[in-house]
Design a protein around this ligand. Structure first.
Ligand SMILES: *[C@@H]1O[C@H](CO)[C@@H](O)[C@H](O)[C@H]1NC(C)=O
Ligand SMILES: *[C@@H]1O[C@H](CO)[C@@H](O)[C@H](O)[C@H]1NC(C)=O
Ligand SMILES: *[C@@H]1O[C@H](CO)[C@@H](O)[C@H](O)[C@H]1NC(C)=O
Ligand SMILES: *[C@@H]1O[C@H](CO)[C@@H](O)[C@H](O)[C@H]1NC(C)=O
Length: 267
């Protein structure tokens, strides 16, 4: 009897965890140029919300600076260009943290943008890079051409680049961290490099009309695809979530299960 109760409680706990886990949102912030650091006085950065390369309807770019959160268009330096695009005016902006959000409060990952008034910046991708890719870090002075630079990760020297450039080959999760660079006299701000698994391969080419065949399956795919488990709405996960919804949000359902268990164990 106690065991049964424990099991139900455990199940309940697991369900609460499962339901509170963030849902994987496919919508992400698009940043162009794809850098995290800019000089004050540069032109502008375009920001938009995309889902699979398309503009995500119903999503807005938001930012936070210190304690205030603003939607696109709410400040002079954070202007709406059209339905899809927002720009950050680098002649006046001081940057911030940016993300996409829809009216139910669902959020994409955040991207930080720093606008420096100093002499040196590190050009590092704003968006997460795929594992296995090569990432170029550029140490860029405000004026004049790139000079011999030193690169740091988590404040530990990583290497130097005679022409202000360092390439990270075949990046892995372990390359995530806070990067910065310096020249003999100047130092750049720090920015975080994020690394992600590449997206699952696109489905095989399908003809648009008159194909009564079922949706393409990844047959013959020998690679274990880690990302496929992240695909939302696989039927078993939906059933599990439904069950969990019932269990967590419906006390009657719980009491019924408990009663049933008690009855069964009495027999
Ligand atoms: C919105 O503005 C951007 C940047 O100026 C431009 O590239 C894009 O084509 C515009 N989109 C629409 C739908 O007008
Ligand atoms: C916001 O996004 C979430 C996740 O994609 C979705 O389930 C929800 O319906 C969206 N809300 C609106 C109002 O579009
Ligand atoms: C990364 O750089 C190495 C060495 O230059 C090259 O062999 C490899 O093809 C590059 N990988 C990608 C994904 O570009
Ligand atoms: C470089 O930047 C500094 C400070 O912004 C400025 O005073 C100087 O005139 C610029 N040009 C050169 C060549 O140093």
């Amino acid at each position: 009897m106690m065991k049964m109760l424990m099991i139900v409680l455990l199940l309940h706990g697991v369900c609460v965890l499962l339901l509170s886990a963030p849902t994987v949102s496919a919508v992400s912030l698009y940043v162009s140029p794809n850098h995290q650091q800019f000089f004050k006085g540069d032109r502008y950065v375009s920001l938009s919300c995309v889902d699979d390369g398309q503009t995500a309807d119903g999503w807005t770019v938001k930012r936070t600076r210190g304690v205030s959160t603003e939607g696109c268009g709410a400040a002079a330096d954070f202007r709406r260009v059209n339905n899809s695009f927002c720009v950050l005016d680098l002649s006046v902006s001081s940057g911030g943290s940016f993300w996409c959000e829809n009216s139910s409060g669902q959020k994409s990952d955040e991207v930080s943008i720093a606008v420096s008034e100093k002499q040196l910046i590190l050009e590092i991708p704003a968006l997460p890079v795929n594992t296995g890719s090569n990432v170029t870090l550029l140490c860029k002075p405000r004026n004049g051409s790139a000079k011999k630079s030193y690169f740091f990760k988590d404040e530990v020297k990583l290497g130097d680049g005679p022409e202000g450039k360092l390439i990270l080959h075949n990046v892995q999760q372990s390359d995530e961290g806070l990067y910065s660079c310096s020249t003999v006299i100047h130092q750049s701000p720090q920015s975080r490099l994020k690394v992600k698994e590449p997206p699952p391969p696109p489905p095989p080419h399908t003809t648009i009309m008159y194909t009564p065949s079922p949706s393409p399956s990844p047959s013959g795919n020998t690679e274990p695809s880690a990302s496929s488990s992240l695909r939302p709405r696989s039927p078993s996960v939906s059933v599990l979530r439904l069950f969990c919804h019932l269990l967590v949000f419906c006390p009657y359902f719980i009491s019924t299960i408990l009663l049933l268990l008690i009855c069964c164990s009495r027999k």
